[in-house]
Design a protein around this ligand. Structure first.
Ligand SMILES: [Zn+2]
Length: 179
């Protein structure tokens, strides 16, 4: 509760979509796939999930000696709660940093599952407009505002890391105002 569990849900969705029921060609191939041929694992997704869990694990173990000794949960999506439990005693700034990483992974999982609209829910960090869209080749969110350019006159683009950082920082401000 409170802390958003969206990232864990998105990870589960990614697992369900690409690992438990891999697509085998056009349409939903579940029924037409011959029973003797095993479903091909989507190795890209396997690696992606592994890397995500590893990043959280490393970040947590670096912050807490108890986590350094304890095992990870068996369910990859459980790593987020595990990280929060082990870092709940840290100062607010470090917890905020943890939440920014978790939130960024949530964006990554959603995009990996094909939902690039998640970037639209963030204002452009420079001009504040709500016109960000995802550019797959660059792996960055692009601002649609043609007046929003950098010193070289290039349209501004943003890493998910920046969007996540700003999002968590905004949430923090709202939480402080509310108390
Ligand atoms: Zn902009």
């Amino acid at each position: 509760m409170g802390a958003d569990d969206t990232t864990a849900q998105r990870l589960r969705l990614l697992q369900a979509e690409f690992l438990e029921h891999p697509r085998s060609g056009p349409g939903d191939g579940r029924s037409s796939r011959p029973s003797h041929s095993p479903a091909p694992l989507n190795l890209g997704v396997v690696d992606r999930i592994r890397a995500a869990v590893y990043e959280i694990e490393e970040h947590t173990r670096a912050s807490d000696w108890a986590a350094a000794a304890g095992p990870l949960p068996a369910d990859p999506a459980g790593v987020y709660d595990w990280a929060r439990q082990h870092t709940a005693h840290l100062e607010p700034e470090r917890q905020q940093a943890r939440e920014a990483i978790i939130y960024r992974q949530g964006l990554e999982h959603a995009i990996a599952a094909g939902d690039t609209t998640v970037v639209r829910k963030h204002p452009c960090p420079e001009c504040g407009c709500w016109g960000l869209y995802w550019r797959e080749a660059a792996q960055r969110a692009v601002c649609v505002n043609r007046f929003c350019v950098d010193d070289n006159g290039m349209g501004r683009t943003w890493e998910l890391k920046r969007l996540a950082h700003d999002h968590i920082a905004r949430k923090e401000v709202v939480a402080h105002r509310a108390t």
